[in-house]
Unconditional design. Structure first.
Length: 217
């Protein structure tokens, strides 16, 4: 989708048409995401920071477009293994203090995922703690997601249970200490948005009694 957006914006620029501020900011953001996927981190940071500056100037600090730019910068630093800077930008993206004070209580936990090339980064936010957990993402991760979906559609319990058990180990086992929160919010990334959290939980051994989670896409 953003390839089409970039093409239209570049075409306007090539014709000499003036670009609205937000349209230019979107162009820089999308270019930054492309460079991130290509692992050209310096160029990614360059375009993402330009986009962030434009959005902050146009909308101020508390706007969803600004939060999105902070998140993209945080993801870039994650890929660079600069965890301190990644945490800094994800805290800004989440408006962590506001969430902690107004949304999260002592009985709540927010778990957000970001899938990198060979690692899965998990951000855990509670009323009094922020933590980043790095979990290994093996080469079979995408295959297990497909197997889980196929097992559900085909009603193949053996295929489903094997895939769900492996996905539990990869995604939920690293944050087991937080899963019993009465108010659990899970924010998936990429393929993970196709995995109902309850499915991978059912395959855990031993199976914990975990309350249902709200999944945000």
């Amino acid at each position: 989708m953003y390839r089409e957006s970039i093409s239209r914006t570049i075409w306007k620029a090539a014709k000499g048409d003036p670009l609205p501020g937000f349209e230019a900011a979107n162009l820089y953001h999308n270019l930054g995401l492309i460079y991130l996927r290509k692992k050209n981190y310096l160029e990614a940071l360059n375009f993402l920071q330009k986009s962030l500056a434009m959005c902050r100037q146009q909308f101020g600090e508390r706007h969803h477009s600004v939060a999105t730019r902070y998140q993209s910068l945080g993801n870039t630093f994650l890929e660079m293994r600069d965890y301190a800077r990644a945490l800094e930008f994800h805290q800004k993206s989440l408006a962590a203090k506001e969430i902690q004070e107004q949304i999260l209580t002592g009985h709540s936990a927010l778990v957000e995922y970001f899938a990198g090339e060979d690692s899965i980064f998990i951000f855990v936010l509670t009323a009094n703690q922020i933590e980043i957990i790095a979990a290994r993402k093996d080469s079979l991760f995408e295959q297990r997601v497909s197997e889980l979906q196929a097992g559900i559609v085909e009603q193949n319990y053996k295929k489903y249970r094997h895939a769900a058990r492996e996905l539990y180990r990869a995604l939920l086992a690293p944050v087991e200490n937080y899963l019993n929160a009465p108010n659990l919010i899970i924010v998936p990334d990429g393929l993970m948005s196709h995995i109902p959290a309850e499915n991978s939980r059912l395959a855990a051994e031993p199976s914990p009694l975990i309350p249902p989670a709200r999944t945000c896409s």
